[in-house]
Every structure is written in structure tokens, then in C-alpha cells.
Write a protein that binds this ligand. Structure first.
Ligand code: HEM
Length: 369
């Protein structure tokens, strides 16, 4: 041990003596493990360390964004934290290449002794999902394999179980990144109007009406173009046009949301639409980077899930998982989760720059006239 006050050494600073003693799995020491099992343990531990850092970065970004007023100079910090998460997720997906050096038979040599241990019990993964804002209904939609319930049931089965469950329970109570993002998006100045300004609702309504008219015109022209080109039956193409316009209107009016949330959600969606549409305006430069970074984060998480599923399919085929889920079929279904649904949905409605409603006050957003 380093003496107090003395300069730290590399090994003391990183607690290497302890760290390198932790790869023994269920054996008294790791010399008793075959190298395939040591590899399996090391890779999982590395992932859990990345998850630890991801959680720290997400919480920092969330806290900064959740402030009642987010100063302009704070947004680059939020983006910075989330970009670090994105780089980790890219690396984490790539890391499955190392896992894939384990052949199916190598894994079968020690797989049975793992049961019921599984990544299913990774409480840090659950914390990440909860912190981002994954809703329980989405999880429940995957019949019969609720990992949170699984952790709850296992809480009494092992010494670490109670802590694992306590962490999941605590994460359930936390403010989510999605909710912090929504609070912030709700305050987006739309046509230079903020929610606290008198007449804001009328300004937002007028913007949405103009936007929908432009969308209908643009989409209608596209449909007629397809009809002229003979790409499908005119009736079917026009029906699809009608249904797309209806869906766009329902989305912008937030008709899918409960009545007490509708007004707020409408303004949030209008805010996203405004940031995405007028993304070249100087004042919107950081907001749009933030939105892009969060969309990328979710995309990378989906890629991680799909990559994990392909790796698992390569190693165990379609058998049930050690955690008792249907295995790869379950994993593939988790790749359907979407947390930042509105950020994705708005993309269907975007218009070319020349079709956008005119800006009322370009100077407000930093354009000199
Ligand atoms: C041979 C390697 C691996 C195989 C065959 C495998 C297979 C599986 C399977 C079948 C599941 C579904 C749950 C179950 O019934 O067990 C699962 C879940 C999971 N695995 Fe793996 N896995 C492997 C390696 C890894 C690694 C290296 C990680 C990195 C942390 C990981 C993280 C997870 C996570 C987080 C879940 C939960 C997914 C969810 O519920 O959303 N797995 N794994």
C-alpha cells in the first residue's frame, strides 16, 4: 500500500491488486478456469465497467438538462456527456467480436454452471434503460420475460441480490433523461414565442396550421407525381396520402396522448419540429446537436441490442437463455424498444427548406437582416 501523502503509483491508483483478483467466477482462483471461461468473465466485467461510466455520464447530462432554466453555455456540456456515451456504445457493439472468438462448443463446456446467471440480471443495464426513460409497458409487451421482475425474484437468492434490486428500485424513482429533455423542449421558442409569453398558444397553433398546410401540399404533390409515373394504383396511392396526412395531424395535435398531457405534448412536438426544421439558425445550433446526439444514442443502443442478438445466435443458436428467456427471439424483440419516440416520429414530417413556413423573426434566432 502507498503511504499516506506519498505520490501514487499506477497500481495503487487503479487498485490493480484487487481488480486482478476478481476474475475467478465460482472458483477459488482464476488459475482453475479454462481460458475460455476467463475470457467470458473478463469481457462481461469490462462491459459492466463501461455501463458504470455510461450511468455517470447519463446522470450528469440529465441533471444539467433538468434545470428549470438551461443556459446556452450548458448545452455543449450536455452534448459532451452524451457523446461520450455514444462512443462507449460504439465500442461496446464492436466488443462482441471478442466474445465471438468463443465457439459454441467452448461455451457449452461451462454454460450449464452459469444457470440462472445471465446478462438478464445486469442491474446496470436496467438502470440505463430506466434512466433513459424506457416505459414498463414496452417491456411487458414482450410476453413472459420481464427482466425487472426476474431481478426482484432473485433478490433473496444471493448476497448481491438485495443491492441489485435496491438499485433498480432507486432508478425507477429517478427523473429520466426523456422527461428532462421534454421539459427543455417544451420551452423551445417557436416563432420567437416562449410558453410564458402572452398569446403563445395562438402563435404555436398558427405555426402548426401553416406547417400542416405545407406538409399536405408537399406530400400531395409527391403523391400526384407517383400517380403520373404509374407507380401503383392511383386509388391506393391517394388513400395512402390521406392516411399519412391524418396520422401527421393526429401526431401534431397529440391525439394519442391523454387529455391532461395533450397541451404540453403538443408544444413539445412543435418544439422538436421547429428545431429540426430551422436547424440552420445560429440559436438552434446546439439544440439541434443535442437532438441529433440523443437520436444517435438510441440508434446505437438498438445496434448494440441487435449485435448482441446476432452474437448470441452464433454461439447458442435458438436455445433458451441461461436466464430462462426464449433466448435470441427475446433479444430481437428488445431491439424494437423506442424511448425517444417523438424525436423519431417527427422525422416523417420534415419538409425541404424551401417548403417551410416563413420565419416571423429571424433576428431572434441570431440571423442578422
Ligand atoms: C456467449 C456469450 C453470450 C450469450 C450466448 C448471451 C446470450 C444471452 C441471452 C440468450 C440473453 C436473454 C436472457 C436469457 O434468457 O439469458 C441475454 C441477455 C443479456 N445479455 Fe447476453 N449473452 C452473451 C454475452 C453477453 C455479454 C458479453 C454481455 C455484456 C454485458 C451481455 C449482456 C446481456 C444483457 C444486458 C442482457 C439482457 C438483455 C435485455 O433483457 O434487454 N451478454 N444474453
Amino acid at each position: 500500500m502507498a503511504k499516506q501523502g506519498s505520490a501514487p503509483t499506477y497500481w495503487d491508483y487503479l487498485k490493480l491488486d484487487r481488480l486482478l483478483q476478481l476474475q475467478n467466477g465460482m472458483e477459488p482462483d482464476d488459475a482453475r478456469l479454462a481460458s475460455d471461461e476467463l475470457h467470458f468473465i473478463v469481457v462481461h466485467q469490462i462491459y459492466e465497467l463501461w455501463f458504470k461510466l455510461v450511468l455517470r455520464e447519463l446522470r450528469q447530462g440529465r441533471d444539467q438538462l433538468a434545470a428549470p432554466r438551461v443556459p446556452e453555455e450548458t448545452l455543449p456540456h450536455v452534448v459532451h456527456h452524451l457523446r461520450r456515451v455514444n462512443e462507449i456504445l460504439k465500442l461496446a457493439a464492436d466488443q462482441f467480436r471478442v466474445v465471438e472468438t468463443l465457439t459454441p462448443q467452448d461455451f457449452l463446456d461451462f454454460r450449464d454452471k452459469l444457470v440462472p446467471a445471465s446478462g438478464f440480471q445486469s442491474f446496470q443495464m436496467r438502470e440505463i434503460e430506466l434512466l433513459l426513460g424506457l416505459e414498463e409497458e414496452q417491456r411487458r409487451a414482450i410476453g413472459g420475460s420481464d427482466p425487472i421482475d426476474h431481478i426482484r425474484k432473485m433478490a433473496h437468492e444471493s448476497p448481491g441480490g438485495r443491492d441489485a434490486w435496491a438499485r433498480v428500485e432507486a432508478a425507477r424513482q429517478e427523473k429520466t433523461l426523456r422527461s428532462a429533455l421534454h421539459d427543455w423542449l417544451h420551452r423551445t421558442p417557436i416563432q420567437a414565442s416562449a410558453p410564458s409569453d402572452p398569446g403563445d398558444a395562438a402563435v404555436v397553433d398558427a405555426f402548426m396550421r401553416e406547417y400542416m398546410a405545407a406538409f399536405e401540399e408537399q406530400h400531395g404533390a409527391q403523391t400526384e407525381h407517383l400517380v403520373q409515373a404509374g407507380l401503383g394504383s392511383a386509388g391506393a396511392l391517394r388513400d395512402r396520402f390521406e392516411s399519412n396526412v391524418r396520422r401527421a395531424r393526429e401526431f401534431l395535435l397529440a391525439e394519442d396522448v391523454t387529455e391532461n398531457q395533450r397541451e404540453r405534448r403538443r408544444r413539445i412536438r412543435a418544439g422538436i419540429l421547429f428545431i429540426e426544421s430551422y436547424r440552420d439558425l445560429p440559436l438552434l445550433a446546439w439544440p439541434r446537436l443535442l437532438v441529433d446526439t440523443i437520436v444517435e444514442l438510441e440508434e446505437l443502443l438498438v445496434i448494440w441490442r441487435s449485435r448482441h442478438a446476432r452474437m448470441a445466435e452464433r454461439v447458442i443458436g435458438r436455445r433458451v437463455g441461461t436466464g430462462g428467456s426464449p433466448g435470441v427471439d427475446y433479444l430481437d424483440q428488445t431491439a424494437q424498444y423506442r424511448i425517444f419516440v417523438d424525436l423519431w416520429s417527427v422525422r416523417t414530417l420534415l419538409l425541404p427548406r424551401e417548403a417551410l413556413p416563413a420565419l416571423r423573426d429571424p433576428t431572434f434566432y441570431g440571423f442578422a437582416v
